[in-house]
Design a protein around this ligand. Structure first.
Ligand code: ADP
Ligand code: MG
Length: 139
């Protein structure tokens, strides 16, 4: 096991539904440590930069509009094997396909409005936590 970092974003749908507290509690109960956290209204530039890897995908415009539709909660998480363990905790991208008890199953609505983000690799966990918390975290 190795200590990893992963970026959690509680997306605008979940913040609007006032589920940020319940989601954070589920994350804490699963043993993740919160290294840094804040609520933020993302600018279009910040959201487009974050999802730049998806810019050729057909849903990119919709994704950016959604991510700037209201405030998000950003949290840099750390734990042993944080990246795969957090992906398991949140469940599949499409809430309809996510396992019972996962965050996306409980709080997501559809494949776009899926309540949370999680980094998909150890490398991206480092890049994404630095993208939002460069001044708070040492790399
Ligand atoms: P994940 O967030 O599970 O890593 P992806 O990286 O593939 O999933 O996609 C990033 C985000 O883009 C998803 O969390 C979801 O909000 C949105 N998204 C993915 N696929 C679609 C789709 N087919 N239609 C609309 N939005 C999508
Ligand atoms: Mg992804």
């Amino acid at each position: 096991m190795a200590i990893q970092r992963t970026l959690c974003i509680i997306k605008p749908d979940a913040v609007r539904a006032r589920n940020q507290g319940a989601i954070l509690q589920q994350i804490l109960d699963a043993g993740f440590n919160v290294l840094a956290m804040r609520q933020e209204q993302l600018s279009r530039e910040k959201a487009e930069g974050f999802y730049a890897v998806h810019k050729e995908r057909p849903f990119f415009g919709e994704l950016v509009e959604f991510m700037i539709s209201g405030p998000v909660v950003l949290a840099a998480l750390e734990a042993d094997d944080a990246v795969p363990r957090y992906r398991e905790l949140i469940g599949a991208t499409d809430p309809a396909k996510a396992a019972e008890g996962t965050v996306r199953k409980k709080y997501g609505t559809d494949i776009g409005n899926n309540a949370v983000h999680g980094s998909d690799s150890e490398e991206n966990g480092k890049i994404e936590t630095q993208y939002f918390f460069a001044s708070e975290l040492s790399s």
